[in-house]
Design a protein around this ligand. Structure first.
Ligand code: SF4
Length: 294
């Protein structure tokens, strides 16, 4: 019988493997739909190559992109869940094992010495976003984040007087400026308010919401649709080679803001929109929520 720490480690290992090998079905469906509806020949060719790559990765059980990202986890821990103190070490061990066994590209570099740790762990990496919820289960999401899309994430301060019009302009400017760099079609997470750090955290976390799941706030659902249509009228297209599909979806989140500040964060996720989630119950059974495991 494995220890609880080993259950967490094995689950996190499986999540990393599922995430880098197999996209969640909402992302695959969105890419298939984009392929069907893309009118630009160059864009269609790119989407076809992406779909073939996804198929091959699943068949060969290998990562679908050579950049297996920097490792981020989201942990939703029930207030009655046991042994929460074991999670951090278990996620680090899972990351080391995944780097060796899957394998993952070593992507954790000390910004001052430029030394690569070689095993995807380091100071604050894997980064763990914690949330305390009700209950006795633990939900873990593996979110390997590619460098190309990370490089164009942006945070800015518009003036409060500019309001939502200023926000829309900021987001579309960021998408145009990013161009081909984030490997489009992307998923774009937008967050307004809070502070600089809060806005970017919310913008990234909103990327976890499945494509096709509308915002529960109808005004924000409309804003998402408007931004989606505006982004897809830029003509950047798949891999920046022109076409209808620059984004697969836009997600919007917000926090209340200081009267004098209006932060807007734009987080980009490439077509390889990898994420995998599982729930570990108090009896140590594990349910995989984003992927079929059999
Ligand atoms: S941005 Fe995404 S698709 Fe592009 S190279 Fe990086 S991980 Fe791969």
């Amino acid at each position: 019988m494995p220890t609880f720490e080993k259950v967490i480690e094995d689950t996190a290992f499986n999540l990393l493997k599922l995430a880098v090998v197999q996209l969640p079905s909402d992302v695959k469906d969105a890419l298939k739909r984009a392929y069907k509806e893309e009118t630009s020949e160059a864009g269609k060719v790119q989407l076809e190559a992406i779909l073939k790559d996804i198929e091959l990765a699943e068949k060969e059980n290998t990562p679908l992109c050579q950049d297996t990202g920097i490792i981020i986890f989201y942990v939703r821990a029930g207030d009655k869940a046991k042994d929460l103190n074991l999670i951090e070490k278990a996620l680090q061990n899972a990351t080391r094992r995944a780097t060796k066994e899957i394998p993952l590209r070593p992507n954790a570099v000390d910004p001052f010495t430029q030394k690569n740790s070689g095993d995807n762990t380091g100071r604050y990496i894997p980064y763990i976003n914690w949330e305390i919820t009700n209950g006795d289960s633990i939900e873990i999401t593996a979110f390997p984040k590619g460098g190309g899309s990370e490089n164009v994430c942006t945070i800015g301060m518009i003036t409060p007087g500019e309001g939502v019009t200023g926000l829309k302009k900021f987001v579309i400017d960021a998408i145009i400026k990013a161009g081909a760099m984030p490997c489009p079609p992307t998923v774009v997470g937008v967050a307004a308010g809070g502070g600089a750090d809060i806005a970017m955290k919310l913008a990234k976390a909103t990327l976890l919401r499945p494509l096709g799941e509308p915002n529960s706030n109808s005004d924000l659902a409309n804003l998402e649709k408007e931004l989606y249509e505006a982004a897809n009228s830029t003509g950047i297209g798949p891999m920046g080679l022109g076409g209808k599909f620059t984004v697969l979806g836009v997600k919007v989140e917000y926090a209340h803001r200081h009267p004098a500040s209006y932060p807007v964060a734009v987080a980009f996720q490439c077509w390889a929109a990898r994420r995998a989630t599982a729930r570990i119950n108090s009896d140590e059974t594990v349910e995989y929520l984003t992927h079929k495991t059999r």
